[in-house]
Design a protein around this ligand. Structure first.
Ligand SMILES: Cc1cc2nc3c(=O)[nH]c(=O)nc-3n(C[C@H](O)[C@H](O)[C@H](O)COP(=O)(O)OP(=O)(O)OC[C@H]3O[C@@H](n4cnc5c(N)ncnc54)[C@H](O)[C@@H]3O)c2cc1C
Length: 462
């Protein structure tokens, strides 16, 4: 029996595909793609369209993991804001990374358009700040993007301008990103799968890769089958940890939880989020929310550092939702679910050449709807010898999580609890630096907050 999708709003409202077969026996192909989230699906699609003989396998179902469960926000840039990136990697590389982020959004919007994927795509993300100093920084950041990155879609919002758009408890202003967007993540992934299926690529589910022998041709074993491939693309995200020692040191799985309310009437919807934008706030453990295609509020937030799911996920997330929207205390919660976010220590995406014929990508740190989609395309380009974007991303600084296999999770958690406490206690974070400073080591596990307002899918989550 194929694994069931989690009991999420997304699985309940997507037109699920018939299960694909489990791999049995031996198959040979040009490229084997391991993992069928956005990265794997778009890598396989790009290669199959170019004439490669492609096999894609997933350990469970298509988009069963993060790609079928996330907040659906298609954010701009990278997970780190441009100022932080400029400090870390210098102005030139930061500019290239911004362009890659723009290409990533365009890739998502382009695929949805090209394949007429019905996935409730809407434009716009609001970034409200929960502290006055953050609001001022974000307003300046929007101006900075306009002036230095030619990004006219960033609009600073005063407290009044924000509160006209968002009927939430105390936010002090922030900015709107009119060029970002949001979508139904599972419908989007299944749309990519339908396009891939039409290319004739071979797709297998319930086919976990357990071993990989890296010789002239790479051989990969599942429980009942074996694939022999010239190239292998490891697109397993947090599943990479079981496949190779390098990603094991650099990607950390973190659990995050979401809920969906009952459908809301139009007046309530408009009173919550006037323009139907997604929202990602300035908390270290970000609250991120939006209205679904059928008018429910989808809300992600809260912090939880144990790998165990909360006993009552609806209750756990609802507590955070009510802090933002106390007016929803009588609103029914219909669905709640969790997912695993792959984060890196500096919140930069993880691209790595494991060997001549094996490439890996993942660890988008809560920014993978857009970056995972483009990441797949970048892996496909690399197989064809076009390395510019792959090398840019693979050459970004990578720092292993400290503490080895046993201690790295507790150390990381301690770092995040510290930042979350600082967030609550109100220590000001001066994020829009007046002068650029030399690159410094970031906090134990990366910078606090999310500067550009992308879901900082950090603590209990992304
Ligand atoms: C709750 C939550 C909210 C999020 N919100 C946002 C958001 O709003 N915006 C945003 O941009 N990002 C968000 N993210 C992050 C985003 O979902 C991910 O970055 C993105 O989906 C990663 O895609 P992927 O294809 O790299 O990996 P995944 O979607 O994780 O897919 C990896 C696949 O590999 C398979 N696999 C693993 N091991 C093996 C193996 N050994 N053999 C075969 N297959 C294997 C898995 O079954 C899985 O299907 C969120 C994530 C979560 C969990």
């Amino acid at each position: 029996m194929p694994a069931a999708y989690p009991d999420s709003y997304y699985a309940a409202t997507a037109d699920l595909l018939e299960p694909f077969p489990e791999l049995e026996g031996e198959v040979t192909c040009d490229v084997c793609v391991v993992g069928a989230g956005y990265t794997g699906l778009n890598a396989a699609l790009s290669l199959a369209l170019t004439g490669f003989d492609v096999v894609i396998l997933d350990a469970t179902r298509i988009a069963w993991a993060a790609s079928g469960r996330n907040g659906g926000q298609v954010g701009s840039g990278q997970r780190l804001d441009q100022l932080k990136l400029e400090e870390m990697v210098g102005g030139n590389t930061a500019k290239k990374l911004w362009s890659v982020g723009e290409e990533a959004k365009a890739a998502v919007f382009g695929l949805i358009d090209k394949y007429a994927i019905d996935c409730d795509l809407k434009r716009g993300i609001l970034h409200p700040a929960h502290k006055l100093e953050f609001a001022e920084e974000w307003q300046r950041y929007a101006e900075y993007l306009q002036a230095n990155y030619d990004y006219a879609d960033a609009e600073p919002l005063s407290e009044d301008a924000l509160n006209e758009r968002l009927g939430a408890r105390k936010y002090y202003g922030g900015y709107a990103d009119h060029g970002a967007g949001h979508l139904h993540p599972l419908k989007y992934a299944l749309g990519l799968t339908r396009a891939l299926k039409r290319t004739g690529a071979r797709i297998f589910e319930e086919s976990r890769i357990m071993r990989l022998r890296d010789q002239n041709a790479v051989e990969l074993d599942t429980l009942r089958g074996m694939v022999r491939a010239r190239f292998v693309l490891l697109a397993a995200n947090t599943g990479l940890l079981d496949l190779d020692a390098h990603p094991r040191q650099h990607i950390m799985p973190i659990e995050n939880y979401m809920l969906a309310t009952e459908p809301l009437d139009e007046a309530t919807r408009k009173s919550l989020i006037r323009d139907d934008y997604a929202v990602a706030d300035s908390r270290f453990i970000v609250n991120y929310f939006r209205l679904a295609g059928d008018g429910r509020l989808i809300f992600g937030g809260g912090e939880r550092y144990s790998p165990q799911a909360p006993r009552d996920t609806k209750r756990f997330v609802r507590r955070h939702m009510l802090k933002v929207f106390p007016q929803l205390r009588r609103t029914r919660i219909d669905y709640a679910w969790g997912g695993t976010v792959g984060i890196t220590r500096h919140r930069l995406p993880y691209f790595q050449r494991i060997s001549n014929n094996v490439l890996a990508a993942g660890g988008y740190s809560g920014q993978g709807v857009a970056m995972g989609t483009l990441g797949g395309q970048i892996l496909a380009e690399a197989v064809q010898g076009v390395l510019e974007r792959f090398d840019l991303l693979a050459d970004l600084p990578k720092t292993a999580f400290p503490g080895g296999a046993r201690l790295r999770h507790p150390l990381h958690v301690a770092g995040m609890i510290w930042f979350a406490m600082r967030d609550r206690l109100g220590s000001p974070l001066r994020r829009l630096r007046k002068q650029s400073k030399p690159a410094t080591e970031t906090a134990p596990d990366g910078p606090p907050g999310n500067g550009n307002g992308q879901p900082s899918l950090d603590g209990s989550q992304p």
